[in-house]
Each structure stands twice: as C-alpha cells, then as structure tokens.
Design a protein around this ligand. Structure first.
Ligand SMILES: Cc1cc2nc3c(=O)[nH]c(=O)nc-3n(C[C@H](O)[C@H](O)[C@H](O)COP(=O)(O)OP(=O)(O)OC[C@H]3O[C@@H](n4cnc5c(N)ncnc54)[C@H](O)[C@@H]3O)c2cc1C
Length: 240
C-alpha cells in the first residue's frame, strides 16, 4: 500500500498559503491552514497578475474563480511624469494572452483571496483554522507542533511558513534573518473609475515615471475601480 503523506501545517492563509493548500490538496495531501485573521476581512488593494502567475492559477483550477472580478488591461502605457508625454505602450489584452498562453490580469487582492478561499472550500483535504496566530513552533518526536498564544495546538508532519513579509515563522526558524528596507514607500488608493478624466479612464495599466518616484494605476473590481499606487523614496520601512 502506498505510504500516506502526513498532514502539512501552513502558517498563514494569505495568497501563498491558500495556493499551497490547494496545490497540496489537489495532490491528495491534507493541510491545516492556520490563519490569524477571521478570513472575512476585505483588506488590500490592487494586484497585477502576469501570465506566469495566471498560468499557475489555471493549473491549480483557480483562474475560473477569479476571472469574473478580474480586468484584462489592453496595454501598459508609460508616461513622463513631469511633462505627461506618452513614452511607450506595451500591448497586453488578447495579444499578450496569445503570446504567453495565459492572460495578464489586474484585480483587487480581496477578490483574489476570496477566489482562493472558494476553491479551498471545495477541497476536503484542506482544513481552514481562522483566528489561529502562530506564536510558537516545536518538534515533538517526528511531529511539528504549532501553537497560538492561547495554547491551542496544531500538529503535522511538516510546516510551511506562509505568514507574509513580517513572518513569525521566519523569526522563529531563522532569527538572524532580517528585513532590508528598500528605501521607498508605496502609497495606495482606490477610486471609482466612472467619470475619471482622460487618460485615467483608459482600460490600461498607466505608469508615470518621475525623479525618485513613480505612479502606477490600473482597473480592478472588474473595471469598476482604479487602483492607484505612488512609490516614492523615503519612509521608515514599517508595517503599514
Ligand atoms: C491584509 C493584506 C493586504 C495586502 N494588500 C496588498 C495589496 O493591496 N497589493 C499587493 O500587491 N499586495 C498586498 N498584500 C501583500 C500580498 O498579498 C503578498 O505580498 C503576496 O501576495 C505574497 O503572499 P503571501 O502569502 O506570502 O503573504 P500574504 O498574502 O501577506 O499573507 C500572509 C498571511 O499570513 C497571515 N499571518 C501573518 N502572521 C501570522 C501568524 N503569526 N499566524 C498565522 N497567520 C499569520 C496574515 O494574516 C495573512 O493572511 C497584502 C497582504 C495582506 C496580509
């Protein structure tokens, strides 16, 4: 008889954690996703998914779940941020999909996360454990045990740290590893697209280049909202 794979613990039910649970679940491996939030918060703003990402999502059977909320921009339009002059345009849309074999999509992180959650709910191998903030990890015999501050435990054969940039798992297994601030800070906003002036109403990814700063905008929520991100040098590198 084939050896049964042991349950895998996944700390963090964000984008990476849920995608890992789906990939393992499709392979018949049971997982417990330990997520500190209740899974119901609609947080975040826009995310761009290149064809490499959407191809992976298609392989995992996730693309269908997010396509209704995604937007397929027609191009990336690059502008001089001072003069406003258009410098270049890179075609996306159907031509990029044909060229790369998968679409270039933009969407709200909450829609991507909700799509991933919907897929996990159809997989018996995936157990979601909300409100479980991993604070400690220990090995007990051949098991790994993850604990939260209230003393709840989860046990498995291995553990994947998918608890994001400010990872507790990383600080526990590799305390010497530290984050390095890039020197730039991103500021983001969402605005309704209806009534926006040209060229901000265009169905494209807009990129405006300036001295030590740039601005990116693209439609999300199926095209209803515009996600705007301004990246400028400065800031302190703290969690926003
Ligand atoms: C609330 C939120 C909003 C975001 N918004 C955007 C955005 O608008 N645009 C963008 O490009 N990127 C955004 N990101 C970052 C982006 O999702 C990730 O950088 C990227 O998707 C990598 O995914 P990840 O799974 O490694 O981390 P994340 O997607 O950050 O997921 C990490 C998960 O781990 C959970 N977690 C953290 N610590 C613990 C712990 N100790 N125990 C259990 N669970 C824990 C978090 O609650 C989160 O669900 C956001 C991340 C978060 C958490």
């Amino acid at each position: 008889m084939a050896k049964r794979e042991r349950r895998v613990l996944i700390a963090g039910g964000g984008i990476g954690g849920l995608a890992a649970a789906i990939a393992l679940g499709r392979g018949g491996i049971e997982t417990s996703v330990l997520e500190r939030s209740s899974f119901t918060e609609e947080t975040g703003a826009g995310i761009q998914l290149g064809p490499n990402a959407t191809r992976a999502l298609a392989t995992l059977g996730i693309l269908e779940a997010i396509e209704p909320f995604a937007f397929m921009p027609e191009a990336i339009c690059i502008h001089d941020g001072i003069s406003g002059r258009r410098l270049q345009s890179v075609p996306l849309g159907k031509s990029a999909e044909e060229r790369y074999g998968a679409p270039y999509l933009t969407l709200h992180r909450a829609d991507l996360h909700a799509g991933l959650r919907t897929v996990t709910q159809g997989l018996a191998a995936v157990e979601l454990r909300p409100n479980f903030a991993v604070t400690a990890i220990e090995t007990r015999g051949d098991e790994v045990v993850a604990k939260d501050a209230a003393g709840s435990e989860a046990k498995g054969g291995s553990l994947i740290g998918a608890d994001g940039l400010w990872s507790t798992v990383r600080s526990l297994v590799a305390p010497e590893a530290s984050l390095r601030f890039t020197g730039a800070t991103a500021w983001r906003a969402l605005v309704p697209r209806k009534g926006l002036p040209s060229p901000f109403d265009a169905p494209v990814v807009g990129l405006w280049l300036g001295p030590r700063a740039h601005l990116v905008h693209y439609p999300v929520r199926g095209g209803d909202d515009l996600n705007v991100v301004a990246v400028a040098e400065g800031g302190v590198g703290s969690q926003g």
